[in-house]
Design a protein around this ligand. Sequence first.
Ligand code: PLZ
Length: 468
Amino acid sequence: MTATELRPGGTLPSPDAAAGTGVEQVRRLVTEVPGPRSRALHARRLAAVSRAVGSTLPVYVERAEGAVLVDVDGNQLVDLGAGIAVVNVGHAQADVVARVREQVAAVTHTCFMVTPYEGYVAVCEQLVRLAPVRRTDGDGGVRAALFNTGAEAVENAVKIARHATGRSAVVVFDHAYHGRTNLTMAMTAKAMPYKTGFGPFAGEVHRAPMSYPLRDPAGMTGEQAAARAIDVIEAQVGAAQVACVVIEPVQGEGGFVVPAPGFLPALSAWCAANGVLLVADEVQTGFARTGDVFASEHEDVRPDLVTMAKGIAGGLPLAAVAGRAEVMDAPHTGGLGGTYGGNPVACAAALGAIGAMEALDLPAAARRIEAQVRGVLEPLAAVHPGIGEVRGRGAMIAVEVVQPGTTLPDAASTAAISAACHAAGVVTLTCGTHGNVLRLLPPLTIEPALLADGLDVLATAIGATLRR
Ligand code: PLZ
């Protein structure tokens, strides 16, 4: 099989028993959560792992398939987090497993900057085809480069934008999350836990107001919210100083904030008119998560650069930046790179994941998940004044929990709901600048019955926590 041949058939049973672990797609608890073996591992961990690295749910996972995690005590948990939007194709997806196996036995590493290999080129070919990049008359097409993590992709997008424009300022938004490296900490909004004590931060990063319909003045349109942000940029930074505006089309860690319609197109138009590059950080929203391959496509926004990671490679570490050739080729040869960027095994996984995304039509699956999730959560919002909003897009839906009758955040209830889900064997995550957003990011291949079970647990947890 050549690396460019995308193998369909992700729905087929795994080619051999070991490729899939044969995990029945049901929730099943045989001990309390976490169970005794997880607790023992946790004790070992405390003596070896820095406590600065946290875990949402200290249940130690032994294997996983589809949307079910099997822990070391034999409990089967419903995974509504997908490793933070990573295994969009499901755990142990057959094509990803088969390609990784084949690749790991052939060659694991040469460093693409030393002696290249086909998989890197094949992944970039796929990204060139898929990335919703703005095209201009007579441009030289689209190019991509591969890295290891989302933060590294964002850093490189900024490097490329600065080199291509000869400008230095970077504009980001309230509630933004872009990573944990020095530059991306500066770009991330939230202090705890991401920034506190870790400064000083990189300079020339400027923050503009985000469109946040729940918290903006009633009736504010996307265009008005964009004008508010543009006014801040022009007054406080100056358009001619700005290399790039970096934005998550739907904010992830910041609370699944979906900007009002018209916000992104207006921002994009301002960028194009001012020689500012628009960078869409699609690290969390990419690869079918929001019902399109990339969330920018929803309003037909065409960024100059797109950052990607997470869902790109079905669980292996890989990240990318794609953009117009004139922008991507601006830095000198040798100006971008890294030892592991575009590792052959990660590239093999990406070819499997991208092939499965298309063969299984995962954008359509994300839209079906949205309908199922909203079908459960919206009726709850109607009876619980503590639910400020149900929002998101595709398989990226969240509940913002507030003190009834206000928009004041209620982080304590959010944590209580999430903890109740965990105890019942459903992995849920929280997010939001104020920690009061409960978010769902299931694998896009989750079976409807399993999702229904997970949502049932969540609904019970909400009912037991919030006052009517
Ligand atoms: N950009 C939009 O969502 C990663 C972070 C989890 P890395 N989000 C999950 C945590 O607490 O560290 C993310 C993102 C967006 C960039 C990143 C960074 O991606 O692969 O974690 O570096």
